[in-house]
Design a protein around this ligand. Structure first.
Ligand code: SAM
Length: 212
């Protein structure tokens, strides 16, 4: 995603502290306290422009959603969506998700969404893929025992890599589909990338995995 630099973005993120948690590391163990209701937490890593978190929060009022996005130029669009829809069960953080264990206590999260994560195709960049085993260790720690990782991508190689990585880690693959849109699943909320790739005729892959 190449976007024009928005020099005003840092200020905008600070101004919107009701939506963007400004001190996420201090929230470890008490994320539910920033929401109106105490309820299960769903985390999206790499929220982008926020279409998914907006749609999911509106469709699932019984979950609290947290979106992590490191790029200031895209998170501002996610802020606007949450603000315009007056969504109370979605918050954001402007952070690089390097180690979730610094931000979340053990078992604090109920679901992790990985949507169209950067594929990092070169093998020397394998460690950066969000399904590399060091990330899975973090997810295992912060996820509740019954928690799930739900991954969607258009990238066949990243998908295959991730299925192997989940399996080698001893995870259970609860559902694997090679053409999500063929299922006509009304609960699916499309992301910006999902719409773009799907419009080009590319299939969307989805895997639901757990550590059970
Ligand atoms: N999920 C969105 C979608 O499907 O439309 C955006 C997909 S885009 C390919 C990947 C996004 O993840 C980018 O906005 C990037 O800045 C963000 N990202 C990648 N690695 C990240 C990390 N470690 N922490 C936070 N954001 C990350």
């Amino acid at each position: 995603m190449r976007l024009r630099n928005k020099p005003w973005a840092e200020g905008y993120i600070k101004e919107n502290s009701a939506i963007v948690e400004q001190t996420p590391y201090e929230r470890k163990g008490s994320w539910n306290s920033i929401f109106d209701k105490e309820q299960p937490i769903a985390l999206e890593i790499g929220t982008g422009k926020g279409r998914f978190i907006e749609g999911m929060a509106m469709k699932n009022p019984d979950f609290n959603f947290i979106g992590i996005e490191r790029d200031k130029n895209v998170i501002v669009s996610a802020i606007d969506k949450i603000k315009e829809q007056e969504i109370i069960n979605a918050k954001l953080m402007h952070e690089n998700a390097q180690d979730l264990r610094d931000m979340f206590a053990e078992n604090e999260v109920d679901r992790i969404y990985l949507n169209f994560s950067d594929p990092w195709p070169k093998s020397r960049h394998e460690k950066r893929r969000l399904t590399y085993h060091t990330f899975l260790e973090q997810y295992k720690s912060v996820l509740h025992d019954e928690g799930q990782i739900i991954m969607k991508t258009d990238n066949r190689k990243l998908f295959e890599y991730s299925l192997v990585s989940f399996s080698q880690f001893g995870m259970k693959l609860e559902d694997v589909t090679l053409d999500l849109h063929a299922l006509e699943d009304e609960t699916n909320v499309m992301t910006e990338y999902e719409e773009k790739f799907s419009n080009k005729g590319q299939p969307i892959y989805r895997c639901i995995a757990s550590f059970k």
